[in-house]
Design a protein around this ligand. Sequence first.
Ligand SMILES: [Zn+2]
Ligand SMILES: [Zn+2]
Length: 160
Amino acid sequence: MAQSMHCYRHPRRETRVSCATCGRPICTECMVQTDVGIKCPDDARLPRGALAGAMKPAQVARTFITGAAVAIFGIPVAYVIFQVGFVTFILSALAGYGAGIFVHRAGGRNGGPLAMAVSGVAVAIAFAPKLVPPLMAGVFPTFVLLPALVAVGFAVYNSR
Ligand SMILES: [Zn+2]
Ligand SMILES: [Zn+2]
């Protein structure tokens, strides 16, 4: 006869189910169904990014499509940001923040390296029309590059 296990959260409850991640026994009330099996509430609620690489093909596709959309719509957004002038940094941060959230959601909130790379590249592309001409002219565009980096940073951070 198999040794009986008891829910780690309810020591008096016997169970035959254990968490797919940590292996602790959990009762039917505590167990949480996830894409990767039954988990304890602690592991089912891991911070985002912990499921990195768990994206389904459709979510990967959506991540790329959203990244492309962010790049395309980001170009006029970046243009406007630099027209406004004095709040460039704040607007860049907000734009990157929003872009990161879009990409993160598109990937089913799984995050991970792919979502981070896509959102970072998408935001960089959005700023490229403002960055490339000065570089071509031999001028280092510090006041474009810094807000662009802020935006990329927020985008990557939010899609992790
Ligand atoms: Zn667990
Ligand atoms: Zn329990």
